[in-house]
Write a protein that binds this ligand. Structure first.
Ligand code: NAD
Length: 433
């Protein structure tokens, strides 16, 4: 089939490369000309494991990019909206990019002969697909939904860092369409994947995505709260959760306590659901607590640091921050827990040295006044203390590098170091353990 993908970020680029791999003809649309050039040259605009290889294989043949909506819509049967849906200042979803993309699609659909399908893959709050996307396309195309164009919502559940694998091996595919014709055509795109498809209406599909993310975020904040209590009681929370997770009703994943969740999805999606709930007159106490625990958690790292260095003693101290990405295997720093930690350390007058295997360039755009190193050893040299903020595998192997520090104080926010397993003598503090 012929597919156009609007927005070449994490979701759009991965979807485009994977649809090409599934044998479809793919056209990417982005307003960022630089990204268009990169994709046409077979260069991924973002880092994802396996993406470079897929882009190289399909670019120029089954995968091309343009900023011309008319060309893309005329030459495809289905368009996926994969643009960003950031948080507004009050946490509510900002739909301005979705509206702009829908208007451009509407104008292009106005000029196209024949049926066209628009699928929303961006995460949008319930009712958006029908009340915003469908109506905007109808307004700008002058055509009728159901007769001239179809609309569906097909949420994406991929994990950054493992996005290609997740797209090709989904544990669920949800298609919420306005009619059976649209649902059948969208399903066809996924035919070669071994996964059952949940067919539903658009607002249920939208809600499934929010509930999925909110539940996972709840598991993390719950585990962090339990971890904080366990630490005060001298109980190993990892031993507790290991046992608790064996209950099949709970499962072991997402029970690791630490510095909290970040990324482009969990914080924004939980906040958007809170805001949507309030809009319709419901006070979502549990969801608000999930965010509150998450915002407090990185600051617990600073408290531990202060307890080690002595209150008020961070000023002028050299603090190494290991890990800037919001999680391992990505260069994405959106809502990374290292951001509030670095901001607070700067506020307290610390001199910060930082290292991340992939995300330093991104973090330089946020903090230009800290020193970035190309190795953990570089960041640790002469440091008074270090904070481990991201679960990069290479941090598990740190040992002699800690010997380069002035004081070997290691505050671990991700349960990466087992002090008994390393030769270097360190003053180790785990966040919740
Ligand atoms: P992103 O910010 O990385 O990418 C969005 C892209 O859209 C950018 O390249 C931007 O230039 C482009 N764009 C902006 N306006 C445009 C327009 N009018 N026309 C064409 N292109 C335009 O976003 P992302 O992380 O890929 O997320 C996209 C959506 O998918 C969001 O709703 C997000 O919540 C959801 N989602 C993200 C993930 C994830 O892991 N990142 C997972 C599941 C769902």
């Amino acid at each position: 089939m012929k597919v156009s993908i609007i927005g070449s970020g994490y979701v759009g680029t991965v979807s485009a490369a994977c649809f090409a791999e599934l044998g479809h003809e793919v056209i990417c649309i982005d307003i960022d000309e630089e990204k268009v050039k990169q994709i046409n040259a077979g260069i991924p605009p973002i880092y994802e494991e396996g993406l470079k290889e897929l882009m190289k294989k399909h670019a120029e043949h089954h995968l091309i990019a343009t900023s011309d909506y008319d060309y893309a819509v005329t030459n495809s049967d289905v368009s996926f909206i994969c643009v960003g849906t950031p948080s507004g200042d009050d946490g509510s979803i900002d739909l301005s990019i979705v509206r702009a993309a829908s208007a451009s699609l509407g104008r292009a659909i106005a000029k196209k002969e024949g049926y066209h399908i628009v699928v929303v893959k961006s995460t949008v709050v319930p009712e958006t697909t029908e009340k915003v996307v469908l109506s905007t396309i109808g307004e700008y195309s002058g055509k009728r939904a159901g007769d001239d164009f179809g609309i569906a919502m097909n949420p994406e559940f991929l994990r950054e860092g493992k996005a290609i694998y997740d797209f090709m091996h989904p544990d669920k595919i949800v298609i919420g369409a306005i009619d059976e014709r649209t649902s059948a055509i969208v399903s066809e795109l996924y035919r070669s994947l071994d996964c059952e498809i949940t067919h539903t209406n658009p607002k249920t599909a939208e809600m499934i995505k929010y509930v999925n993310n909110s539940f996972l975020a709840t598991k993390i904040s719950f585990s962090n709260e339990i971890g904080n209590i366990c630490k005060k009681l001298g109980i190993d929370t990892y031993e507790v959760m290991q046992a608790v997770g064996t209950d099949f009703r709970i499962s072991k994943s997402f029970l690791n306590s630490g510095a909290g969740f970040g990324g482009s999805c969990f914080p924004k999606d939980v906040k958007a659901l809170i805001s949507k709930a309030k809009d319709i007159g419901y006070d979502p106490l549990l969801l608000e607590s999930v965010i509150e625990v998450n915002e407090r958690q990185p600051l617990e790292m600073i408290e531990l640091l202060e307890s080690k260095l002595g209150n008020g003693n961070i000023t002028g101290k050299r603090i190494a921050v290991l890990g800037l990405a919001f999680k391992n295997d990505t260069d994405d720093i959106r809502e990374s827990r290292s951001i509030p930690v670095i901001a607070e350390l700067l506020h307290l007058g610390a001199d910060i040295t930082a290292y991340d295997p992939m995300a330093s360039d991104e973090m330089k755009k946020v903090f230009s006044n800290i020193t970035y190193h190309i190795s953990a050893a570089g960041a640790l040299k002469d440091a008074d203390a270090c904070l481990i903020m991201t679960e990069w595998d290479e941090f598990r192997n740190l040992d002699s590098e800690f010997g380069l520090m002035k004081n070997s104080i290691v505050i671990d926010g991700r349960h990466m170091i087992v002090p008994e397993d390393i030769e270097q003598d360190i003053d180790y503090v785990g966040l919740c353990w």
